[in-house]
Design a binder for this molecule. Sequence first.
Ligand SMILES: [Zn+2]
Length: 251
Amino acid sequence: MRPLVLAVPLVLLASAPASAQPAGPKNGIKITWLGHAAFEIVSPGGTNLLIDPFLKDDPATPADRKDLSKYKPAAILVSHAHPDHAADAVAIAKSSGAKVISTFEWVSALPIPDGQKQGGNVGGTFTVGDVTVSLVPAMHSSEPGRPLGFVLKFSDGRTLYHTGDTWIFGDMALIQEIHKPTIILMNSGGGPFTQAPAQAALALKKYFKPKVIIPMHFGTFPGLASEADVIKAYGKDKRFTLMKPGESRTF
Ligand SMILES: [Zn+2]
């Protein structure tokens, strides 16, 4: 049974001054793939955001990125409650003091101080340093709450879309119309749970016009799409950027 929650805030805003963040890559967006759906994003203004931290037990996460105490994000964004996205969120929130952004129902139940809980829902927006984080739908499951994707808008006007776990769905057209993602971190994992690489490639062709496409959520476990499957599906698309877990790139 779902807890009875009546006091859902209508305006979902949180802010932290950009000056509180360490200096970031000059005019660039630094993206580090930590394996599976986990990414560390550093904005042009130096705001550090951690998305879907599944690190300690992720076989794809390099050993030197498994020490959770080293992560000092301003916010942790969790697309949904499944352990391959949320496993290390509480530990990092506790060690770093970072805010946790996800669905209201899930965030409200976390064993962290209330001041770090940033629960929202589809259509909601948060401000973290110089980044605006918008919550968008994903076609998946999650309990409690619901699955999300995230769109990050940076001060230079560029946008980054992390799809979360999803299948191709028609409202991706609205995500394009409203947010016009410049960089897409695209679920391409296939297997029993999410869209296969070919469906991910179809979604990109049908709905989006990004400059950079970074596939994710593949190769982590047996049964998921392999790197070769992903390369085959994306073909010779010049926007396709294949990263390795632990690798950083600045765009
Ligand atoms: Zn997943």
